[in-house]
Design a protein around this ligand. Structure first.
Ligand SMILES: [Zn+2]
Length: 263
């Protein structure tokens, strides 16, 4: 008994404990809680029917074309369970969604490097895994066979970067200025891999776009051409405030469950 309790201690062990419990007790669907798969077939059908058509993130005014497959509230349970609770079985369906966004963005057959936005080393330690790297790796695997494509972790965070979730909007923007850089080691490895091509910046959820803008800046600063930005989801945009006399029930603000985005 003592051994089990000792194993449960420690942040790194946290998600392993969750995964082990899931194995012993059986997983449940993160959407409907039905015992079984982490994302049951019925919820898969229901959520995938909600994919944006066309996949779009146009309202964010980003420097390159962007695609996102779902409105964030529709996929939030899976993104959060994978990221924060280490439900690793979700990496495959989330990676496949990201792959669809990439595929919609890039010309057929174009060789690609999928570059995930980096997480702070402290966040990776605390979670016990790197959710974005795992999803990007899966997306690259999903696209292989259709085009030359690799996951390329070209970006790193600078020391001192704070958790975006602790900051207000203005502070987040300042926090992200110069937040990412491209270590030479990763660039050399990408060059050796032999896939000349464009980078696609990959993120899980686009909110204000400031994270992917910073990723784009860091890549282009060292000469890496960026074709576009792909994400699993985008948060709904707030509507501009309407004058009171024009308000109607249809103008009620949509839910903006911005969660962004503990780097
Ligand atoms: Zn379900």
């Amino acid at each position: 008994m003592e051994g089990r309790e000792a194993t449960a201690r420690g942040r790194t062990a946290g998600w392993l404990g969750d995964a082990a419990r899931d194995l012993v007790r059986g997983e449940h669907c993160v959407f409907c809680r039905t015992p079984g798969r982490a994302w049951c077939r019925a919820c898969r059908r229901r959520v995938l029917a909600l994919t944006l058509d066309p996949p779009t993130a146009a309202a964010l005014d980003l420097p390159v074309p962007a695609r996102a497959m779902l409105a964030y509230p529709d996929i939030a349970p899976a993104v959060l369970a994978h990221k924060e609770r280490g439900v690793l079985a979700l990496a495959a369906p989330l990676g496949d969604l990201l792959a669809r966004a990439v595929d919609d963005l890039a010309p057929p057959g174009a060789p690609l490097l999928l570059v995930g936005v980096p997480s702070r080393p402290g966040s990776v330690r605390a979670r016990g895994h790197d959710p974005m790297a795992r999803i990007v790796t899966r997306a690259a695997r999903s696209l292989r066979g259709q085009r030359p494509v690799r996951a390329a972790p070209l970006l790193a965070t600078r020391p001192g970067l704070r958790d975006q979730g602790e900051l207000d909007v203005e502070a987040r923007s300042a926090n992200l200025a110069g937040a990412f850089w491209c270590p030479a080691r990763g660039l050399r490895r990408a060059a050796r891999g032999g896939t000349a091509g464009y980078a696609v910046v990959c993120d899980d959820v686009l909110t204000t776009g400031s994270t992917v803008r910073e990723a784009h800046r860091a890549l282009t600063a060292v000469g890496v051409p960026v074709l576009g930005i792909a994400a699993i989801a985008v948060t709904p945009r707030r509507r501009p405030p309407s004058p009171p006399r024009q308000a109607s029930p249809a103008d009620a603000p949509s839910a903006d469950r911005s969660t962004k985005n503990h780097l």
